[in-house]
Design a protein around this ligand. Structure first.
Ligand code: DP6
Length: 332
């Protein structure tokens, strides 16, 4: 490869409806349990990868600024997997932009590693099917394997590298849910998911959570396929609470909630009791994802905006799959 070769890709984050928490194999990111998500439309990461024979080392620019060494190191290790596959030795310039705040529970690593994987494979000239793409994205960030696909997505835990990848359960148009992300804080969280996964096994509650997951996955799958919002709300809220119970009982314990997080959880419960089609789920951060039944989002958004202490609300319908863009510069 004598001349620089580049490609640009776009991917969206996803919200887990049944959560991934804890790995059977940390190195390969093979999860302890399967998970289900909805890909989030309206939010995206755009990443351009250029393999440049003249570069001495990989470069990573996020929003136009050089990334911190740990982020660069994680991206370099992921690029190594792709270089190995494609027989590429050149280092890469990686330019990436998010249109949403990173590090605050809106799974920026999912869209980041989905876009990076797709762009890097294309720049290296490697053809890949969806399952292989998902498998490879998983190595960079577990939840990224779900962001390769659009709509409603299930990640089979699998138990081996080959068997652990995501597939689509239903297309985005299948069910017009809306995720209203109540942004409680834009400050990056103190303990990232990777360290959190390593602590999951220290909670005495994790074995019970993992053992019960096939049941929750079946309930969630069925609720999505039948477009049954009440059934979805019940399993989504149970699953989120079970993951946070594991986090809070790990050693050391992880507390991602802030006072406004709980205030919103309580408000959502009140609204649903009064008949509104809304439920709440929280990833590894303080923000609350309020899932709304079709037609309910604008009314819920008005109520959410009246809750004190919120920094904003993001509106996300089901989104599409990761895809290549015409190759172009990614502005900062
Ligand atoms: C709470 O995929 O961010 O959002 O593989 O270490 O990058 P890494 O972890 P990550 O974990 C996601 C955890 C979660 C639940 C979920 O998205 O399923």
């Amino acid at each position: 490869m004598g001349t620089p070769r580049s490609a640009t890709a776009e991917a969206s984050p996803n919200i887990a409806l049944v959560k991934y928490w804890g790995n059977a194999d940390d190195e390969l990111r093979i999860p302890s349990n399967g998970s289900i998500s909805m890909t989030l439309g309206g939010l995206s990461t755009v990443t351009r990868v250029t393999f440049e024979p003249d570069l001495g080392e990989d470069l990573l620019l996020i929003g136009g600024h050089p990334a911190h060494p740990p982020a660069l190191d994680r991206v370099s290790r992921h690029l190594d997997l792709i270089r190995e596959r494609g027989g590429v030795s050149a280092r890469a310039r990686v330019e990436s932009n998010n249109n949403f705040p990173s590090g605050a529970g809106i799974a920026s690593s999912a869209s980041a590693f989905a876009a990076l994987t797709l762009a890097a494979l294309a720049a290296a000239g490697i053809e890949s099917d969806t399952a292989s793409l998902s498998r490879l994205a998983r190595r960079g960030s577990g939840s990224a394997c779900r962001s390769i696909l659009g709509g409603y997505v299930e990640w089979q835990a699998g138990g081996t590298d080959a068997a652990s990848f995501a597939t689509q359960l239903a297309v985005a148009d299948h069910w017009a849910l809306v995720d209203l992300v109540a942004v409680v804080s834009r400050t990056p969280k103190p303990i990232g998911s990777t360290d959190g996964h390593r602590l999951a096994g220290t909670s005495p509650l994790q074995p019970a959570r993992v053992a019960d997951t096939p049941r929750r996955l079946a309930l969630c799958r069925q609720a999505i396929l039948q477009r049954d919002f009440e059934a979805l709300a019940a399993v989504v809220e149970l699953d989120s609470q079970m993951m946070h119970a594991v986090m809070m009982t790990s050693s050391p314990p992880l507390h991602y909630w802030q006072p406004s997080t709980l205030a919103i959880l309580q408000a959502v419960a009140d609204w649903r009791r009064a008949g509104a089609g809304v439920c709440a789920t929280i990833d590894a951060g303080p923000n609350v994802h309020c899932l709304c039944a079709p037609g309910e989002a604008s009314g819920i958004e008005t109520r959410l905006r009246a809750v004190p202490g919120l920094e904003g609300v993001l509106t996300c319908p089901p989104g599409g799959a990761a895809h290549l863009l015409p190759d172009r510069a990614v502005s900062g």
